[in-house]
Design a protein around this ligand. Structure first.
Ligand code: ATP
Length: 516
């Protein structure tokens, strides 16, 4: 019996994450911080393993890809050139009935004139909404329990994602970048000084805002909202220092920050998250081929570690969704408990970014191909994945419940290379030399770089369940025969099968299983 893919599954995963040390709410004892999460001891291992696998596959295994680790705070002109400062903003709308604030581009679609049903938490809430709509908009709806009927969609093409109402505010832009300041000058001090000097007197609200923006501009810096820009900005340095020949890629993984309006579904969308991105520079004309190549490679990578590869799919962006500079974009989507959603975007960004940075910085950014003697600005294919979102995907994929001897066994079926702990070594009892043999085995694993844990607390069955629940793929049990015949029991997490293996070969054997 595996667990059905329902919203209820998310509650189980969130609770397991807290109970077993994968993910905690940030600053929980202070009431938590909206959409900020801390990765606990097991979550930190899982995230590290996932990102290491990505790095090994994208950088180490490819001669034509190199990695960088750039700073999170970059020159503010970078964000002007990339369009983030003016354009990295979402169209934001408020529902005038239920007060939900949401992104217009993510809201449920509704054709103009389409009949709508508005739904509220209970009959009482529906009555309040009915009265508000009648009073504020002069529209009379009919109430049927929690539902209100008789409204029709307007021509903006979407409705409130929570109650389904078409009674919405205008769209407003909202900058997603976190702003800070750098250097010894206190920007608020500079504003206060300007007020004191009277230079801000008599200005309208809008003028005042832009005057203050001008004053704070020299010290303003931003936390990067994506890792990608550093790869464009360092294109020349990387290409020249490493003598890279186009086609080649620059990869980076690390933190990104977006002041998201709607944070949702646990770590799916948070304000601080991690990305794994690669910019692949190729000759114009070869870009379609490379786009195909990277789409296949990336899909194959996600599926490689999954129990259910059928829950990943491609979704091509239609023309209306494409960024104006992008030639094409495919999302790799996953079937989350709440439906299909993005996990990675693979975009053909053309030569837009390199040209923009050349224009804004004044640097000459192009490539001379010594073989063809051609000079050109490379096109870029960008596979941009979420690391923390990927972690959530593999938690969902791994979570299974099954009935064993009348009890529910919860097991995280992580791919062994992702599992936080690879092997648990368990002395059957805490005497007769068993703990010593077990500790020696743990040390042998650690020496080989395999994360092993010694565990002697509680009955053996309970220990197996505990390791099932955190996804430890292998348990080795040291028992009364171990000292005499030099063997231990190897228990497989998924099949629960047990077999005896020799202590002398245990590390080699587990290492081979991890490599498989
Ligand atoms: P979405 O449509 O979900 O907002 P996006 O198209 O804005 O995502 P990109 O800018 O393409 O996302 O970023 C690449 C990847 O980074 C996404 O596919 C996703 O996995 C991850 N990502 C983006 N925003 C967030 C976030 N706020 N929290 C967690 N992961 C994110």
């Amino acid at each position: 019996m595996s667990t059905p893919n329902t919203p209820d599954l998310m509650q189980k995963i969130v609770s397991l994450c807290k109970r077993r040390g994968f993910v905690f709410q940030s600053s929980e004892i202070y009431g938590g911080l909206k959409s900020a999460y801390d990765y606990g001891p097991l979550g930190a291992e899982l995230k590290r393993n996932l990102m290491t696998e990505w790095w090994k596959d994208m950088v180490h295994a490819r001669e034509n890809v190199v990695g960088i680790d750039a700073s999170i705070i970059m020159h503010p002109r970078v964000w002007e050139a990339s369009g983030h400062l003016s354009g990295f903003s979402d169209p934001l709308v408020d529902c005038k009935v239920c007060k939900e604030r949401f992104r217009a581009d993510k809201a449920p679609r509704a054709e103009a004139g389409q009949a709508l049903t508005l739904t509220y938490a209970d009959k009482g809430a529906a009555k309040v909404a009915e009265e508000l709509i009648a009073k504020q908009f002069g529209v009379t709806l009919t109430r049927d329990g929690k539902d209100l009927k008789g409204a029709v969609a307007g021509d903006r093409g979407y409705v409130c994602p929570v109650c389904g109402s078409p009674f919405l505010s205008d769209e407003r832009q909202f900058n997603l970048m976190f702003k800070s300041s750098i250097g010894p000058v206190d920007p608020l001090g500079a504003v206060a000084a300007a007020i004191e000097a009277g230079t801000l007197g008599g200005l309208t609200g809008r003028e005042l805002r832009s005057a203050i923006e001008e004053i704070t501009k020299p010290t303003a810096v931003y936390l990067r909202p994506e890792t990608a820009q550093a790869m464009f900005v360092q294109f020349l340095n990387v290409q020249q220092s490493m003598s890279m020949k186009v086609p080649f890629g620059i990869a980076q993984m690390g933190k990104s920050f977006r002041n998201e309006i709607t944070v949702e579904h646990f770590i799916f969308r948070s304000c601080e998250f991690e990305q794994m991105e690669m910019e692949f520079f190729c000759e114009p004309g070869t870009d379609d081929e490379w786009m195909d190549f990277w789409c296949k490679a990336r899909m194959e990578w996600w599926q490689r570690y999954a129990n259910e590869p059928g829950k990943f799919r491609f979704r091509a962006h239609d023309k209306s969704e494409l960024a104006h500079y992008a030639k094409g974009c495919f999302d790799i989507e996953y079937d989350y408990p709440w439906g299909w959603g993005e996990l990675e975007g693979i975009a053909n960004r053309t030569d837009y970014d390199l040209k923009k940075h050349a224009q804004y910085s004044g640097a000459k950014i192009d490539y001379f191909d010594p073989t063809t003697q051609k000079r050109f600005v490379p096109y870029v294919i960008e596979p941009a994945a979420g690391a923390t979102r990927g972690l959530l995907v593999y938690l969902i994929d791994a979570y299974h419940e099954e009935e064993v001897n009348g009890e529910i066994r919860v097991v995280l079926r992580f791919h062994p290379r992702l599992a936080p702990i690879k092997v648990a070594v368990l002395p059957l009892v805490k005497k007769e030399g068993m703990p010593e043999i077990a500790r020696d085995l743990v040390n042998a694993f650690l020496k080989r770089g395999i994360n092993a844990k010694y565990d002697e607390q509680h009955a053996i069955g309970k220990r197996y369940r505990r390791h099932d629940e955190i996804g430890t793929p292998f348990c080795l049990t040291v028992d009364g025969e171990s000292a005499a015949d030099g063997t231990v029991t190897l228990r497989d997490r998924d099949t629960m099968e047990q077999r005896r293996i020799s202590i002398a070969n245990a590390v080699d054997e587990i290492e081979a299983l991890l490599r498989a």
